[in-house]
Every structure is written in C-alpha cells, then in structure tokens.
Design a protein around this ligand. Structure first.
Ligand code: SGN
Ligand code: CA
Length: 495
C-alpha cells in the first residue's frame, strides 16, 4: 500500500465543546450556528474520538508529548518554563527516515529548541501574535502582515503546493495560535454572532462546595480574573496604546501591532459595544453574563476563522486528488473552559481541559461516520504517525498506535486507564499540582501538596460537581482507583 500523507492540524486551546461534531452542552448551538462545518465534515467522513486526553493540560508539555510519545516526566517538559531536550527521540526524524517529507508551520512553543526532523519549518516565536505575527525560519525572523490563522494556512498551502518534493509522501504539522487568549478575531468576524445569545454552561456559577480546596483557590474566573481591558477589550483605546508603539512587555496587547486601517475596523466594532457596556453600569450577575458573552463570542469568532482555514486546506487536498490517501487529524494541545466551573483557561484534570478534540479522516482506510469511545491520549499520537507510515515505534514511547481504532476496531486489550500529572504551581491562574487516573466511568484526583483527593462518577456527574471521595458507597471504587494510580505510576515510571 502506498504510504499515506499525514496532515496534522493542531490548534491552541480549542475546547471540544466548541466543535459541532463533539458531544457537549454547547453542541446544539455550535451546530445550529454552523460554526465548525469543515471540522464537522472530518467526523462525518471519518471518525470522532470522544475520549482523547492529554497527560498534562498545558501547551509546551502537550507539544513535547506529541513529538516524543512520552509523558512530561519522561520528556522533561513538565511546565511552560521547562527546556526541551531536542536530542531525545522525536517522531519527525523517524518519518524522514521512512521516506517522508516533513514540515512544521505555526505555533511551536518549546523553549530553547528549534524543530528537529523537518525539511521545512516556519514557526511563531513563543505564544505568537494574532495580528502581524513574526515567523521564524532557519534563516531568521520576519514580520508578516495579516492575521495569524490565515497566514499559517497560507504558509502550509505554499509548502504543499510548491515547497515539497511531490515524489514523497508528506507529514505536515499545521499548528495554529488560535483560539489562545486573548481571543482576537479576524476583522471580518468582529460582528459574527452579534445578534445571538450563546448558552451558558450549567455550572457557570459553581461555588466549589464539597470539592477539595484547590478549586476555590483558582485565579481563572470569568467574573474575577478575566481582565476588562486586556481580555474583554473594553480598553485600551488607540490613545492608551498608540499605533506604532514598541511591543509591550509580555503578555502582549496586540493592538499595538495593528495597522491604522485594522485598528479603525477594530474600534468601529468594539467602540459602540463598549460604549453601551459602560453606560449600562452592570454589576453582579448581569456583569458576569455580559463578560461571558463577550468572552465566548470572541472565542467562537476565532474558531469560525480557524474552521474556514481548515476548509481551505481540505479543499486543496480535494482539488489535488490527495484527499483519499491523506490521514487528516484535527486536535488541540489541550481543552479549555468555556465558563464551566466559572472558568476560562485549562490546567485541571477536570474534563473540559483534560480532554482534547480529536477528529480524523482517511477515506482509504478509515470507515466514515465512526464514534470512537476507546481511551486515547496524546502519548499515542507519535506512535500512530509512525505506524501509519509503516515505521517502527521506538520502545521508549509510552503511547500506542491508534491505527486499529481508526480502522474501526477496538483491540480486546485496549487500555483501561489514563494517567494525568499537572506540575505548574505556583503560577499564573493558581492551579495546584495534581495527578490522577481516569477510567471509562470514574476519575480520581490527588492534590499531593495539600494531601486532598477528589473522586467523580462521570456517568452520573459529567460536570464534576460532586466529590465522592468520602462517600461510603464509593469506598471500593476509591480504593481500586488508588491502586490503579499506584500501578500507573510504577508502569510509567513517575515517582
Ligand atoms: C499565557 C496566558 C495564560 C495561559 C498561558 C498558558 N496569559 O501565559 O492565560 O494560561 O499562556 O497557555 S496571556 O496573558 O499571555 O494570554 S498555553 O497555551 O501556552 O499553555
Ligand atoms: Ca494551549
């Protein structure tokens, strides 16, 4: 069989709830508004994985796991400040050895490391910018006029069309900055969804009763921690941040990078809405509702443009006769809170950030319309790519190939547990360190710095509002899970 092409589209902070094809409380709205038609088409023509998870819900760690097939404690990237040791085994060089042309375009976000094993790379520095982003290649840095999601797609299409050796199969990693904070939409979508009200998650007003103490010590609340100016775009105005001013210290406020024309359009859209907001002098729950709508609409506007750009690449594959034997995967480095528990951001082992979107299409080998419920994890991505390419999977990789699942089979010995370990505390958003285990039905979390535990029955409590750790009816479930967690730590060598 001819080696297939692989197109891996990986966005930053895309919640599965914001994809029409994934089951969630927001699914009906996203579908009805047709926010993600191209992403949804991947599921229709291929597979949607409803249980794909990361091992550490934050950017650089997830990316290091994708490249190495190993959890954070093995690849060394435990948090955003970790250096990535690029001398360890990474799958792209193995793909090259298997005859592939490889490319990496867009968000990279691994400190002190440039891409290894790529015939072409063109990456955003650090978090990257939405408007007028800089890009880095082996030849240096340049600033490109336009919007990051469009430009990243342009670069990918240019490589597909003219940059690669077409005699070889390709592995293209197309990594978007969107929809990362501060959720800056492209100009043509600044009024998208203006006339609708986005539903709220049922636990937007979570009080964290009966949970372990870390949940209530978060600093990621839409009400209390989302910044009116920076995140919600009420300020600054042109006066506060003059056009052409030097870059602000990180984190950046991107209006400084806008051209005067772009800034005019930006202010024309937000200005009148902000004026109404100021005049209404909202407080209490009305203010929360307003913040949530401003946040979720900007987020979904970024998603809409992401989906348009996915559509551009899918159309290219179709036009060039490449669609049939190209495995297209769409995922994101972790999930994101769209108001669940009152939050934005990620980091927790609770479902919305632990879970990754995962859609896959490969007409030649993957039956259409599949829903896969087997437990998958980002340690599996590298083994999957290698397996699909017909290359050996190195022993040190901790994941397994998802190829059988893609082909519509679940091997009888499939994994029954997922492992999780988050390390970045103290840090922005104040999420305590924790590790845990998830099975089909249950989740056990250990906040090992405070010695607290949480246990959730996901079948009965999908929003994880009731901690059952001390519930006598769940004592044997709890004890079994504790043993499972110990066994996982031993087998994965995380001590
Ligand atoms: C930035 C964001 C945080 C976010 C981290 C990690 N602040 O620091 O809100 O949690 O990135 O995100 S910002 O003011 O710079 O937007 S990650 O995707 O890189 O893990
Ligand atoms: Ca991220």
């Amino acid at each position: 069989m001819k080696q297939p092409n692989i197109l891996f589209i990986f966005s930053d902070d895309h919640a599965f709830q914001a994809i029409g094809a994934h089951q969630s409380w927001l699914q009906d709205f996203v579908s009805a508004q047709e926010i993600t038609p191209h992403l949804d088409s991947l599921a229709r023509d291929g597979a949607v994985f409803e249980r794909c998870y990361c091992g550490n819900s934050i950017c650089a760690p997830s990316r290091a796991t994708v490249l190495t097939g190993k959890h954070s404690h093995k690849n060394g990237v435990t948090d955003l400040d970790s250096d990535f040791d690029a001398s360890q085994v990474q799958f792209p060089a193995l793909m090259q050895a298997a005859g592939y042309q490889t490319a990496m375009v867009g968000k990279w976000h691994l400190n002190n490391a440039t891409p290894v094993g790529f015939d072409y790379w063109d990456i955003l520095p650090g978090q990257g910018h939405y408007y007028q982003p800089d890009f880095i290649t082996p030849d240096g840095t340049r600033r490109v006029e336009g919007y990051a999601t469009d430009i990243t797609t342009d670069l990918a299409l240019e490589w597909l069309d003219a940059g690669r050796d077409k005699a070889s199969p390709f592995m293209l990693m197309l990594h978007h900055k969107a929809p990362h904070r501060t959720w800056q939409p492209p100009l043509h979508y600044l009024h998208y969804l203006d006339d609708v009200t986005v539903p709220e998650p049922p636990n937007l007003r979570d009080t964290y009763a009966n949970r372990a103490s870390p949940a209530s010590q978060h600093e990621m609340g839409i009400m209390d921690h989302m910044l009116l100016d920076y995140d919600l775009k009420v300020e600054p105005t042109r006066e506060a941040w003059p056009v052409g001013a030097d870059d602000q210290p990180e984190p950046p406020w991107n209006v400084t990078r806008m051209t005067p024309t772009q800034l005019d359009a930006w202010e024309a859209a937000y200005g009148p809405k902000n004026q109404m907001f100021r005049e209404s002098e909202l407080s209490g729950d009305a203010l929360l509702q307003w913040k949530y709508q401003r946040y979720i609409k900007d987020y979904l506007r970024c998603i809409k443009s992401l989906d348009d750009n996915v559509g551009r690449v899918l159309a290219y594959l179709e036009r060039e006769g490449l669609a049939e034997n190209t495995l297209v995967i769409y995922s994101s480095d972790q999930g994101f809170y769209l108001g669940e528990h009152g939050w934005f951001d990620k980091r927790w082992m609770y479902e919305e950030s632990f879970r990754m979107p995962f859609l896959a299409r490969w007409p030649a080998r993957c039956p259409a319309g599949q829903t896969v419920n087997a437990l998958a994890q980002n340690i599996d991505f590298a083994p999957t790519f290698l397996d699909v390419a017909g290359a050996d999977i190195p022993d040190e990789m901790q994941g397994v190939s998802l190829l059988p699942l893609l082909e519509g089979e679940t091997p009888s010995e499939w994994r029954k547990h997922l492992y999780y370990h988050y390390y970045m505390f103290p840090a922005e958003h104040s999420v305590a360190r924790h590790r845990g285990v998830r099975t089909d039905r249950y989740k056990l979390i250990h906040y090992y710095q405070t010695g607290e535990w949480e246990l959730f029955d996901l079948e009965r409590d999908g929003f994880e509002m009731k901690n059952l750790y001390a519930d006598a009816a769940y004592a044997s479930v709890r004890d079994d899970l504790k043993q499972d967690l110990d066994s996982l730590r031993t087998s994965l060598d995380d001590h």
